[in-house]
Design a protein around this ligand. Structure first.
Ligand SMILES: Cc1cc2nc3c(=O)[nH]c(=O)nc-3n(C[C@H](O)[C@H](O)[C@H](O)COP(=O)(O)O)c2cc1C
Length: 356
């Protein structure tokens, strides 16, 4: 497999050509609400930038305006990589209105969220809830396509309760000339549990004209290669494992180029934790909030620190900055050359608020 080749520009989308990902394999950081803000994207870019970013979702309803903090991840994006603006909603005039507003900013395209599995979201028939209503998807994509001059992309799951409508939804992706599909290979009801159905992703790749990014449990460079081989996708989109291991995108590039994959040590991970903390202290919030924000990231990082899960259970009990960093130092700096496991240790789970 060859290296990523397609770098697309960051002009307002109305001036851009349709998306072609080229012949290379690409990587993207998955959108994650309350995680993938401007500061976090900058940190990720320092450790090994993905080829594409996606914003957290802009909520779209009758009175919605562009959320300013999310907008900053577009207007102040200095990573050099394109960013797609994601929207979540079901009101067609408002989706069109917000998409048009977003088109004036330097986005790579407009992305529609059709995957969020949080019940309070899907009950409003937005996010993953849309997958129950293919007729509505048809109308939404038709109107957005007619009104968005640039790229229109979709991020979705393989169904709501089951995959009975999957084929129909794929035909709508083709019908409306969607430029890129990011596909999480689980149903909405499966949330984050159980195996990812990579066979369904392979089915979408074989069926669709547009490129597909395979998403769901891509946890290391070797998993990425296996998923790419199985699905033949144009690339991989990675969420939680990029929080755990921000070197993952550069490791994937190494693996694709048949180079030796760099080893990450616990000492380097300790540096990454400092970097994450600096990021939240820069935001002038009380120590308690900074500590709980860092713990959110540590929930993922801790999956690869020790096989017994000692780091995770101790850090979850820490209350102050001093306590938390003492635990980090003990687990990560006592033997800093120890390898940080490329995969999460079996049976060690992150337990943060998990919603999309
Ligand atoms: C904390 C969190 C927040 C998320 N927020 C979003 C979101 O705003 N939009 C979206 O399309 N998906 C969201 N997702 C889903 C991810 O983009 C991704 O599809 C999912 O985590 C599976 O990929 P992974 O196994 O690589 O993490 C979120 C996931 C998590 C864990």
């Amino acid at each position: 497999m060859s290296l990523p080749v397609s770098i697309i520009s960051q002009q307002p989308i109305s001036t851009q050509q349709p998306l072609t990902l080229g012949v290379g394999t690409v990587t993207a950081l998955a959108p994650m609400q309350d995680v993938t803000d401007l500061a976090f994207m900058n940190v990720i870019a320092e450790y090994g930038c993905p080829d594409y970013f996606f914003t957290e979702y802009f909520r779209v309803h009758e009175t919605s305006r562009l959320d300013k903090p999310i907008l900053r991840s577009i207007t102040e994006n200095t990573t050099g990589k394109p960013i797609f603006a994601q929207m979540i909603g079901e009101s067609i005039p408002d989706l069109v209105r917000i998409a048009k507003l977003l088109s004036h900013y330097p986005v790579a395209g407009i992305d529609l969220n059709m995957g969020c599995p949080a019940p309070r979201i899907y009950r409003k028939n937005v996010g993953g809830g849309l997958l129950r209503d293919p007729d509505k998807i048809d109308r939404i994509l038709g109107e957005l396509r007619a009104n968005v001059a640039g790229r229109l992309t979709v991020k979705m799951r393989i169904g709501f309760e089951d995959t009975s409508e999957f084929d129909r939804v794929l035909s709508l992706i083709d019908k409306h000339d969607i430029d890129l599909l990011s596909l999480h290979g689980r149903t909405v009801k499966e949330a984050y549990h159980g195996a990812v159905h990579y066979d369904a992703i392979a089915q979408a790749v074989a069926r669709l004209r547009c490129p597909v990014l395979a998403n769901g449990n891509v946890s290391s460079a070797s998993t990425a290669l296996a998923v790419l081989t199985q699905t033949q996708a144009a690339g991989v989109m990675i969420g939680r494992s990029a929080i755990r291991n921000p070197w993952i995108f550069s490791q994937i590039r190494q693996a694709l180029a048949d180079e030796t994959i760099s080893v990450v040590t616990l000492g380097r991970v300790r540096g990454y934790i400092d970097r994450l903390y600096q990021m939240s202290t820069a935001q002038a919030v009380p120590e308690k909030s900074q500590v709980s924000r860092l713990k959110m990231y540590l929930n993922y990082i801790g999956q690869s620190v020790d096989a017994e899960g000692g780091f995770l259970s101790e850090m979850r009990r820490a209350k102050t900055e001093v306590e938390l960093f003492d635990i980090c130092d003990r687990y990560l700096l006592t033997e800093p050359q120890t390898v940080f496991s490329p995969e999460p240790y079996p049976g060690i789970f992150a337990r943060p608020k998990c919603e999309d």
